[in-house]
Design a binder for this molecule. Sequence first.
Ligand SMILES: [Zn+2]
Length: 320
Amino acid sequence: MIPKIESVIGKATASDLAGRKHADGEPFNGTLPKHGGVKIPTSCPRCADLLITEGAFLKCQNMQCPARTVRALTYWCQALEMDGIGEKLAKQFDESGLVTRISQLYSISKKDLLSLERMAEKSANNILKEINSSRIMPLSKFIHALGISGIGPELAALVAQKMKTIEALMLAVEDWKKDEEKSIEQLTSIDGIGEKVAEQLYSGLEIRKTMIEELIEALEISEESETPNKGKLSGSTFCVTGTLSKSRKEVQLAIKGEGGKVVSSVSANLDYLVAGENAGSKLTKAEKLGVKVLDEKTLVDLINENLDSNASSPKTLFDF
Ligand SMILES: [Zn+2]
């Protein structure tokens, strides 16, 4: 059984403790803790900079804060699928002063690594190999790995396809500071990106400006290639309906990310209807028209594996 709260019966009193025993039968002699509000810290315990409230979170706004660097570095390595560099090593990097900014990861030597506690030669070699394999990356990966809140891999890919180079993107950030609208429009002209996301991205890039400049020096960020039609779902149209485990927008972006086209209504020209719970009239119509219906899991399988049907291959004369 999963424990759950059924009702709140108010504060405990001394009488609630009377006659209580430990599991081994010993009488419980504890006292009730004093009531008091939680004292919310106003400054970062690590760098003493002012904390800001963001929804339910308290955040240190100092981008150079060591505590932030550990998190940012961990995220960076995860996003770039660098095996063997997790939070523990990121902490070691920070505590030893070896890597206090992400760009320093790319100037680390084997000797540096071996100076860390419990670092064996084999692990050091592996870590260097992982670091080296991430020296060249496309713009989409770079944007994603920066860990800007709200900007996942799908959105990063859309932005990268539009902006092509990191230089063009940072130029747009400069413009955004001078004339918000123009730069915002550059992003909102992309299908799937709204004003809020555009602002989140620009401000996220803006506060990471120094970090990005350092990374541009250390890395080779390659131009994003024109790939909207090379994904696993390219050539197929999709319509998404019903309740899915992710938001409908996220599912649509995942489809577009693989080159699929997303439409809003069911017709005989539709290749696939992705139907979640309570799909309703679109499902009925798709079944009537003989449109293939996919559940969410099958869609994920298609994205992860390959589209097995002939819908992805170019239409032959017989299809017309
Ligand atoms: Zn801090």
